[in-house]
Ligand binder design. Structure first.
Ligand SMILES: [Zn+2]
Length: 244
């Protein structure tokens, strides 16, 4: 395998997804591009019945640009932004490395309503959930949670209104194993993940933890970069963000 990678590096040398500079095969971003990501310096919101929640970066600046590029590529799966996909996958693995608890029995994405799925052309949270499940060697079940109705935009709503807005939006299919990680791209107040957790509990889950790429924080809650980081490989666990 190592010989194969050496040959591949000669033909297709790995480059930074941000600037195109050479990087090692295990690395998505070069140190300079990685340092521009605003690491999250506080715990994510984890409203009950979530047992915890973790995210890698604050949803602002360069991180927001990467997430937007990942979620809104030019035109469906044929135009999926591979650089943004690589960064999003690295960041969801970083978030997963910092998740509390003993690890999941099952990974489930937050489901989009079918209308937004058709409009976007791909299931962003589903791609992230599969990445996490593969890394953890556990099943991913994209249909364990389904969207029962289209949810009006949560933007601009306060926490209580968001919770009301999202109530009853999902249904979960039982039976489910005890420990579940529910994956989404961005967490704001945690209302969506809490409602997902509520339905997963009703279907048999005992511990539900949210795992997200980014969290929307107050401006004081994040730094330009984290001094704790020492490498860019998502597989090393060096991109961890501890959230309890
Ligand atoms: Zn770079």
């Amino acid at each position: 395998m190592r010989a194969w990678h050496s040959m591949l590096d000669l033909v297709l040398p790995p480059v930074c997804a941000g600037c195109g500079d050479p990087v090692s095969r295990e690395t998505v971003l070069c140190p300079a591009c990685d340092a521009r990501l605003p690491r999250l310096e506080i715990d994510c919101a984890a409203p009950a019945p979530l047992a915890g929640c973790t995210a890698a970066v604050a949803y602002r600046g360069v991180a927001e640009e990467w997430v937007r590029r990942f979620k809104h590529p030019a035109a469906g799966i044929a135009a999926l932004d591979v650089c943004a996909l690589a960064v999003a996958r690295a960041l969801i693995l970083e978030a997963a490395a910092g998740a509390p608890g003993r690890g999941p029995d099952l990974v489930v994405p937050v489901p989009p309503h079918r209308r937004s799925l058709y409009a976007r052309g791909f299931h962003a949270a589903g791609l992230l959930a599969r990445t996490v499940a593969r890394a953890r060697r556990v099943p991913c079940r994209p249909r364990a949670l389904v969207a029962r109705r289209e949810t009006p935009s949560q933007t601009g709503l306060h926490r209580a209104d968001r919770r009301r807005n999202i109530r009853g939006a999902f249904a979960a299919h039982s039976p489910l194993p005890p420990r579940i990680w529910v994956v989404d791209d961005v967490i704001t107040t945690g209302s969506t993940l809490a409602e997902a957790a509520h339905q997963l509990h009703r279907a048999g889950a005992r511990e539900v933890i949210g795992v997200c790429v980014a969290a929307t924080p107050a401006p004081r809650d994040c730094a330009a970069s984290s001094p704790r980081r020492s490498a860019q490989s998502p597989d090393t666990g060096a991109w961890r963000q501890r959230v309890s």
